[in-house]
Ligand binder design. Structure first.
Ligand code: TRP
Length: 334
């Protein structure tokens, strides 16, 4: 590649509600990246067809994802925020990459094997070529920086392979995309039951969604696992208590955290009080986002304008790439 221009691209599946883990793990990074790089953020509605062929709720889900992301600070004026199906060049590039992807390597993909286990009656070809479509999403904008979590590493490795194969066969068109996040470690938001991190699909009572109402937030936090408290000064904290402190660090004021930290070290902590305080701080954090998302969600005209603007930006970038692709491939016959 002659010149390296940093371009950010990521996709968001329109399945499930966004939760606190998505906020601190992904969206906050997007909001920062939009100030520093040209960014493409895409609602992966075509990808969702591989697992959710029933499209009746799709419109609702797409609108919700748009509204929630904008409520979290993603600015459709600054970035290209668009729907995958509004950019048909994606599908064309997907087709070309399908000719460079081998059945054997696709079958070995971890996410494919997981999904075969989850939906043995619907092992469709789209499921098999999911990483090829993802490659097309990224390379359509010749993006090199892809903010994703660990579970997407293998897909990115495949994207690099497909890019290399294309470049080798037809000429240097594509960069090799890399996972990209600020800092060493992604922020992990622990789940409330002390088991793993917050996730879309697992225990809903242990996950705080950006759409949860105030009482539900308080209730979920009051139910978080605790115990009878430390029995000696300066004891190490069990995981589930560490988790409560970790959540506090995300949303509470420093002197609140210091107060409970001291109470813990001095064995005077009352977890009921701590969870109540955390509940109030969490409500203060989530409520404005939830209300903003609801207002945006109900404004269909605005959402239509956002999608149109996003599609225009994404298509103009896609057209440039596809001109290079067709000419590199020799698919220009006039
Ligand atoms: N596969 C990604 C996920 O499951 C979503 C996605 C689709 C994506 N296209 C992408 C991520 C392009 C990064 C880049 O979360």
């Amino acid at each position: 590649m002659s010149e390296v221009k940093n371009i950010v691209m990521s996709g968001i599946r329109p399945t499930g509600y966004l939760h606190l883990g998505n906020y601190f793990g992904a969206m906050r990074n997007y909001v920062r990246m939009q100030e520093e790089y040209p960014c493409f953020f895409m609602v992966a509605d075509l990808h969702s067809l591989t697992t959710h062929p029933d499209t009746r709720t799709l419109k609702e889900s797409v609108h919700r994802v748009l509204a929630e992301n904008i409520a979290c600070g993603l600015d459709p004026e600054k970035v290209a925020f668009y729907c995958q199906s509004h950019v048909p060049e994606t599908s064309e590039l997907y087709l070309y990459f399908n000719m460079l992807a081998y059945k054997g390597e696709l079958e070995k993909t971890t996410t494919f094997k997981d999904k075969v286990r989850l939906q043995p009656d619907n092992v469709n070809a789209g499921l098999l070529t999911y990483p090829v479509l993802q490659t097309a999403d990224i390379l359509l904008h010749r993006a090199n920086l892809v903010p994703v979590g660990k579970d997407q590493e293998q897909h990115l490795e495949m994207a690099r392979n497909f890019a290399q194969r294309f470049n080798h066969r037809y000429g240097p068109v594509f960069p090799e995309p890399q996972a990209f996040n600020y800092g060493q470690e992604l922020v992990k938001v622990p789940s409330l039951d002390g088991a793993g991190k917050m996730s879309k699909s697992e225990n809903q009572n242990a996950t705080l969604y950006l759409a949860d109402d105030d009482d539900l937030i308080r209730k979920k936090l009051m139910k978080a696992k605790t115990d009878a408290g430390p029995t000696a000064p300066n004891q190490p904290k069990p995981d589930y208590i560490e988790n409560l402190f970790a959540l506090m660090k995300l949303v509470s004021a420093p002197d609140t955290i210091a107060h409970f930290e001291q109470a813990y070290q001095g064995c005077t902590i009352r977890y009921g009080d701590m969870k109540k305080q955390l509940g109030e701080d969490m409500v203060r954090f989530i409520t404005p986002i939830r209300e903003k998302a609801a207002a945006i969600h109900s404004d269909e005209d605005y959402l239509r304008r956002v999608m149109q603007l996003g599609a225009d930006k994404a298509r103009s970038s896609a057209l440039e790439t596809m001109t290079l692709v067709r000419s590199a491939m020799g698919l220009n016959y006039y």
